[in-house]
Design a binder for this molecule. Structure first.
Ligand SMILES: Nc1ncnc2c1ncn2[C@@H]1O[C@H](COP(=O)(O)OP(=O)(O)OP(=O)(O)O)[C@@H](O)[C@H]1O
Length: 447
């Protein structure tokens, strides 16, 4: 970064030098030098004394009119409200009193750097229901979906809450030969056990107290389509047997009913529980497990998906900017650093919610870290000291690849993107670091 200081007081340069880090300072103390330097260089920041040869405000106004790209910070040993307001009207980036408050110049430089490193929002929105992802794990998921969609095989979708299990079920349906048929979803954990059976299989009139008419169950309603059994791991053993029977025999019996009704339904089941452990513990029928898991799709938690976090957040920032009519056109790089530090226990659902809240808070064209919800800006793992190994408060495990990515981001941030120094601090050769920066897409301008 190149900083130009226009001030008659030559000692000011020495005062701010320690705050410049890697930035390069050029100073001018006379008007002619100042004007020549302004015209000659492309500056990242201009620090301009309001009294500079009696022409500070005039220079500011001229830079503004000429549409100079460098932000100008006006310095004044006697700042007043009128001066500050006039300076802002004339396009000043900021107004600082002299002597300069310690640390302010560094803050301004960091802010400029942050705003310069932006990622544009995608303009075109993918079709509703598109699963966003480009990580190698998600590529595997897409392949499984593509293969499974062309058959009637039962699919078991596994993953933590909010990882997109229902989305996968819907895509499986919409890409299958049953796409024109119904997609019927039922959350087995949300319906009380005594009602679940008649919800699934239906009941005849008078089957039990309150059964005033015949009711068609979800299995029957999904005929020629797909039945999505969500949270299947929470079902009682008795109902598990009935589901197994329905799948095996391809027919259901309504509660209190006589003749079995044949069904032509494709089953997709999902759970956020460890079903194999449930089988070992005797809480889930092994035969049903194998019936359901003809094809298994495993959705990784968001914190392990690396590049998907960036794609998903850009996707949802753009989505909500359109929905709420916000003119956001880009996102500051630091926003992604903050998002990558968060453990995302609620996975994509939580990210989606955070993205909407950030968009609503954003008041300009650029979405900045301060627009993110407070719980995301201050992740629990950053607070307090490291808990004992295996303790409850321990941050969740992430892949080594994700850990490496985070450490590289941090090293780059803390060294102002100085690859040589960052490589030294990471204990690797700078060529290795350059390669990794490319691999992870962390370089400036690489998006
Ligand atoms: N890969 C993705 N691309 C775009 N949006 C996604 C993706 N994964 C999840 N979402 C969004 O996140 C939210 C949660 O997804 P979904 O309901 O499919 O998760 P789930 O695993 O079924 O959750 P639960 O276990 O709590 O039922 C939805 O709003 C969905 O649109």
């Amino acid at each position: 970064m190149k900083v130009l200081l226009l001030d008659a007081d030559r000692s000011l340069g020495r005062t701010i030098e320690p705050e410049l880090d890697d930035a390069e300072l050029t100073a001018a103390s006379s008007l002619s030098d100042g004007l020549r330097l302004i015209a000659s260089g492309s500056w990242d920041l201009i620090l301009l004394d309001a009294d500079f040869s009696g022409a500070g405000m005039e220079i500011l106004g001229r830079l503004h009119r000429e549409g100079g790209m460098a932000p100008v910070v006006l310095l004044s040993s006697a700042p007043t409200m009128d001066l500050a307001m006039e300076a802002i009207r004339q396009g000043a980036h900021d107004v600082l009193p002299k002597p300069l408050p310690r640390g302010r110049v560094r803050e301004i430089l960091l802010g400029i750097e942050e705003i310069k490193r932006l990622r544009p929002l995608p303009e075109a929105a993918p079709a509703e229901g598109t699963i966003v992802g480009a990580s190698s794990h998600m590529m595997g998921v897409f392949k499984s979906i593509a293969r499974a969609a062309t058959s009637d095989a039962t699919v078991l979708v596994l993953g933590e809450s909010g990882t997109g299990k229902e989305m996968v079920a819907r895509v499986l349906h919409s890409r299958s030969r049953r796409a024109k048929g119904p997609f019927v979803a039922i959350n087995c954990a949300a319906i009380p056990e005594n009602l679940l059976e008649s919800e699934l299989f239906g009941h005849e009139k008078g089957a039990f107290t309150g059964a005033i008419g015949r009711r068609i169950g979800r299995f029957e309603r999904a005929t020629n389509g797909t039945l999505f059994l969500d949270e299947i791991g929470d079902m009682s053993m008795a109902l598990q047997s009935k589901i197994l029977r329905a799948i095996q025999e391809r027919e259901v019996e309504r509660v209190g009913g006589g003749n079995p009704v044949s069904i032509d339904v494709r089953i997709v089941a999902a759970t956020n529980r460890d079903l194999q452990q449930a089988v070992r513990d005797g809480r889930f029928r092994e035969d049903l497990f194998y019936r359901l898991a003809v094809v298994t799709v495993m959705l990784p938690p968001l914190r392990e998906r690396g590049v998907d976090l960036d794609l998903l957040s850009l996707h949802y920032f753009a989505h909500y900017a359109r929905e709420h009519g916000r003119p956001i056109r880009a996102v500051a790089e630091e926003v992604f650093n903050v998002l990558h530090r968060h453990p995302w226990p609620g996975n994509v659902r939580q990210l989606r919610n955070a993205a909407e809240r950030a968009v609503v808070m954003a008041d300009g064209e650029i979405l900045l870290p301060q627009h993110l919800p407070a719980d995301i800006l201050n992740p629990p793992e950053a607070a307090g000291s490291a808990p004992a190994a295996g303790g409850q408060g321990e941050p969740p495990l992430v892949t080594l690849e994700e850990m490496e990515r985070r450490m590289i981001r941090r090293a780059l941030r803390e060294t102002g993107s100085n690859v040589t120094v960052a490589a030294e601090r990471l204990g690797i050769h700078r060529n290795t670091l350059r390669r990794k920066i490319q691999e992870y897409g962390l370089g400036p301008g690489t998006g």
